[in-house]
Design a protein around this ligand. Structure first.
Ligand code: HEC
Length: 183
């Protein structure tokens, strides 16, 4: 009986310990927490902070980006990631099929991404640069501040989107597939 009691105390002790106030100590520190606000405004990342994932963009503008070669092979995994990101970010303006068929497309003047112009004439680097720095109306997704831009897409993610646009979008938006996808 006595042994049983001691065993029970031993088993329960660690469970009680986590409830002590000091078990929260690591949380209470001066670092800025995700989504923490300052007078209702989200904290901006300090100017020189670098993402913990991926390398920062090394090119200064879209012209320079145009000369880059795509470092990421268009593997099925890359296309899958690219497709997911395309649907989240690009489709609002360019349409789920990329054919500028979203309700917003005509209002904003978003172009069809399955045309020969985007599929053949533009370099992959230029498309990467367009996503990074934005275009005339299109916002930037790799450079905060530029034309209302954000850094929503890491360098790798942008190349995955380029892969999807160039290697799968035109095929995915063929009538039969688009029809199936819209159901
Ligand atoms: C807020 C709307 C919007 C979103 C979101 C958007 N675009 Fe665009 N995009 C446009 C508009 C408008 C144009 C045509 C006018 C211009 O060049 O800005 C365009 C043009 C382009 C061009 C052609 C650039 C050129 O040199 O002619 C490419 C390529 C492109 N977008 C790819 C993308 C990709 C990939 C995404 C997702 C990462 C995306 N866009 C997200 C609005 C958008």
């Amino acid at each position: 009986m006595k042994r049983g009691f001691i065993a029970a105390v031993l088993v329960l002790t660690p469970t009680l310990a986590v409830a002590w106030p000091w078990s929260q100590d690591m949380m209470n520190q001066p670092s800025i927490k995700p989504q923490e606000t300052d007078n209702g405004k989200l904290y901006q990342f300090p100017k020189r902070s670098v993402p913990t994932f991926g390398i920062p963009t090394k090119v200064a503008n879209r012209e320079e980006a145009g000369k880059l070669t795509n470092p990421i092979a268009a593997t099925p995994e890359s296309l899958k990631t690219g497709e997911r990101l395309f649907k989240i970010i690009c489709s609002a303006c360019h349409g789920l099929t990329g054919k500028a068929d979203s309700p917003v497309s005509p209002k904003i003047g978003a172009i069809d991404l399955t045309t020969e112009y985007v599929q053949q004439q533009l370099t992959e680097g230029w498309i990467f640069g367009t996503i990074t720095f934005g275009s005339a109306i299109m916002p930037a997704y790799g450079k905060p501040g530029e034309g209302g831009g954000s850094n929503d897409l890491s360098v790798e993610e942008r190349w995955h989107v380029v892969n999807y646009v160039r290697h799968a979008l035109a095929k995915a938006s063929s009538p039969a597939v688009a029809e199936a996808g819209s159901k």
